[in-house]
Design a protein around this ligand. Structure first.
Ligand SMILES: Cc1cc2nc3c(=O)[nH]c(=O)nc-3n(C[C@H](O)[C@H](O)[C@H](O)COP(=O)(O)OP(=O)(O)OC[C@H]3O[C@@H](n4cnc5c(N)ncnc54)[C@H](O)[C@@H]3O)c2cc1C
Length: 471
């Protein structure tokens, strides 16, 4: 083998002698891929087809020892590092150009303890994989709403979904986590051990180390009553105020998403999606107003398994499509906000583009104090996102332009705050987004980052810069 050409943390190219690479690979149980190796292209491919990055080396980890070996190799050689969980981040932070990609996706061990109602899950799992396993016992924990999303990135950024009103965010259900720090130490973070790290992981985790596994609290869940009710877009100015009233007064068992979208037959539409996770009989009563409001063109709400409900968006967000996305916190659906959203929806650049209003922050998720965990946005709001997609690379410029224009138009209605999982590229959006994401907890997180990652090894994320390190 030849010496390794790789990019370091300062963005400079450096040569690592082959003997040193072999010293690393000798301690590594998984595959280590260089650009010419079979499997390299598959391993660098992430969910968003817009991302096309070429790591200098991909280390496909099989367990904690492999992660420790990667971190030590990266630190000793001052390498640029990216960490891949599910690879679902729109901006493609899981992959890096030229550096070392620590790929956790082969790490999928999962153990459910049905008596204690807990699960220990390795960080390479996607949420559909975790749901399928826990649902064998009629149990679940809060995760997102697209089965392809990695549990790791989602949980470390807070993590909302259909169950967050009833059980809190994904991070609120973490009982403990195993973490490899930048120093190469393997630590347990829990309420009893390394409490400061445990606090920080729950909302800012990607900055503090590589989490190799999570232990989550599980809850009895399913079957659920859920699905979408659809109205023509021309009715949006009546439907969306109703949606806001319904969502903001619904019991904790209800999670909702509002969608401005295009139906499969090409008609612009407004959808109200709901999932009731209590007893379905009770759900029939609770969701009745949503189903009987005005005259929907379709009512697809039905009793179904929680796993089915979790996959309802999979078809409209397939992996490999080219996506562009921006999102922020929207507290109130005022008439003028609705008018602006509808005006943007009238110019969708493609039929697979949409504007969504995800109501994750309600009920149990907002009964947690803003500094109880690193995730600070504990007030009722929607995550409002403008998402465009295309299967034709020639449309890229068009979808980016529409997303940016719509984003600018909606700006006046946003809060000065954004959920970490909704921040895309702070390089494009500006450093103020980092402060908006961590809010009141920012200064405490800088101190924590300086303790656990003083050289900023873990920088490909919504990055907190440690004290004394230049941006
Ligand atoms: C279609 C779609 C639907 C979504 N729906 C939801 C939703 O319902 N709720 C929600 O909360 N979010 C949602 N998200 C956002 C999603 O949670 C984030 O993009 C999340 O970061 C994805 O996690 P991942 O592991 O797949 O990401 P990756 O792209 O692998 O990583 C994202 C970031 O986390 C870091 N990271 C990943 N794993 C680890 C680890 N083990 N240790 C340390 N750092 C790590 C990476 O370095 C990177 O900075 C959605 C995103 C998409 C594209």
């Amino acid at each position: 083998m030849t010496d390794l050409k790789i990019v370091d943390a300062h963005g400079d190219e450096r040569i690592v002698p082959n003997a040193e690479v072999e010293h690393f690979t000798g301690k590594f149980n998984g595959e280590v891929l260089r650009p010419a190796d079979p499997g390299y292209d598959d391993a660098r491919t992430v969910w968003n087809g817009m991302i096309d990055k070429y790591p200098g080396l991909i280390a496909r980890c099989t367990g904690t020892d492999d992660v420790v070996a990667c971190v030590n190799f990266a630190r000793d050689n001052e390498l640029l590092v990216s960490v891949r969980g599910g690879g679902h981040n729109y901006a493609g932070k899981a992959v890096c150009d030229g550096g070392l990609m620590i790929d956790l996706s082969p790490m999928k061990d999962i153990r459910v303890d049905s008596e204690k109602r807990t699960v220990r899950a390795q960080a390479g799992l996607r949420l559909g994989e975790l749901d399928r396993e826990t649902q064998k016992f009629g149990l679940a924990t809060t995760l997102g709403i697209n089965t392809d999303t990695g549990i790791a990135g989602l949980t470390l950024g807070g993590g909302g979904g259909w169950l967050s009103g009833k059980f809190g965010l994904a991070c609120d259900n973490v009982l403990s986590a195993e973490v490899v720090t930048a120093g190469g130490q393997t630590l347990t973070a829990s309420p009893e051990q390394n409490e400061d790290l445990f606090w920080g992981l729950r909302g800012a985790g990607a900055n503090l180390g590589v989490v190799t596994s999570f232990e989550y609290q599980l809850h009895p869940v399913g079957p659920v009553l859920g699905g979408m009710v659809i109205h023509p877009l021309s009715k949006a100015k009546e439907v969306l105020p109703f949606f806001h009233e319904f969502s903001s007064t619904a019991p904790d068992e209800v999670g909702t998403v509002g969608l401005l979208m295009t139906t499969p037959d090409g008609s612009p539409a407004v959808g109200m999606v709901a999932c009731y996770s209590g007893p379905p009989d009770e759900g029939e009563k609770v969701l009745k107003p949503l189903r009987t409001f005005s005259s929907p063109i379709a009512d697809m709400i039905a009793e179904q398994s929680y796993v089915e409900m979790q996959s309802m968006f999979d078809e409209i967000w397939p992996p490999g499509r080219l996506y562009y996305h921006k999102a922020s916190n929207l507290r109130d659906l005022s008439d003028s906000a609705i008018e602006t959203l509808v005006a943007c929806a009238q110019h969708f650049p493609t039929a697979v583009s949409s504007i969504y209003l995800m109501q994750y922050m309600h009920g149990a998720a907002i009964r947690v104090g803003e500094s109880e965990t690193a995730f600070p946005h504990r007030y009722y709001h929607y995550i409002c996102g403008v998402q465009s997609g295309t299967d034709d690379p020639d449309d890229s410029e068009k979808i980016i332009r529409w997303t940016r224009d719509s984003w600018d138009a909606i700006q006046p209605f946003f809060e000065p705050g954004v959920s970490l999982n909704a921040v895309e590229d702070t390089v494009e959006e500006g450093e103020h987004r980092v402060r908006e994401a961590y809010g009141v907890n920012y200064d405490r997180l800088v101190a924590l980052k300086s303790k656990y990652d003083p050289t900023n090894m873990f920088r490909l994320n919504v990055n907190i810069i440690p004290s004394g390190v230049e941006a």
